[in-house]
Write a protein that binds this ligand. Structure first.
Ligand SMILES: O=c1ccn([C@H]2C[C@H](O)[C@@H](COP(=O)(O)OP(=O)(O)OP(=O)(O)O)O2)c(=O)[nH]1
Ligand SMILES: [Mg+2]
Length: 152
């Protein structure tokens, strides 16, 4: 069974899990608007929550909107702090160069993922312990098998 946690909410319309076991609950637009090509807009959801301490909610794009229409979220994943009591808003961006995208009240514009989160105790030291990766990053291991084969 999927673990669940109670999240207090005030909402015009509750976020909804489309299927049992889904990680993301869809957030609905509380306003209508048209996103012109390349335009971004902050869209209200009518949802405010009180997360338990030790939890975070991430606001992330819906894949279908991204794949079919190029609609993404500027600050993905948007971070909703446990202490935040305001309305959850979604900063949508229409990345399509040609097609405007219309949003109506009630449309599912994003999804929210509620997760337990650790807070770090940052412990200053003079030197970090070694590791297999060391300081390599930013593509230090190459990009894909086929490409590394071609360029070799
Ligand atoms: O997509 C998002 C991201 C954030 N928030 C809300 C909840 C979050 O707790 C608050 C602040 O977000 P964040 O800390 O990412 O933004 P900031 O620019 O650091 O603002 P602040 O100075 O208020 O922390 O805004 C949203 O409604 N939607
Ligand atoms: Mg902040």
């Amino acid at each position: 069974m999927t673990e669940s946690v109670d999240v207090l909410i005030t909402a015009d319309r509750l976020p909804s899990y489309a299927h049992p076991g889904d990680a993301g609950a869809d957030l609905h637009a509380a306003e209508s608007l048209v996103l012109e090509p390349g335009e971004r807009a902050t869209v209200g959801t009518g949802v405010s929550i009180a997360l338990p301490d030790g939890y975070v909610a991430f606001v992330v794009p819906r894949s279908g909107l991204a794949f079919k229409h190029g609609i993404t979220i500027v600050n993905a994943p948007g971070t909703v702090d446990a202490g935040y009591r305001g309305e959850i808003k979604v900063s949508l961006l229409n990345t399509d160069a040609r097609e405007a995208y219309s949003i109506s009240v009630g449309d599912r514009i994003a999804q929210v993922i509620v997760m337990p989160v650790s807070r770090a105790r940052f412990v200053p030291v003079d030197r970090l312990p070694g590791s297999e990766r060391g300081e390599g990053g930013f593509g230090s291991t190459g990009f894909s098998e086929s490409k590394s084969g071609v360029s070799a």
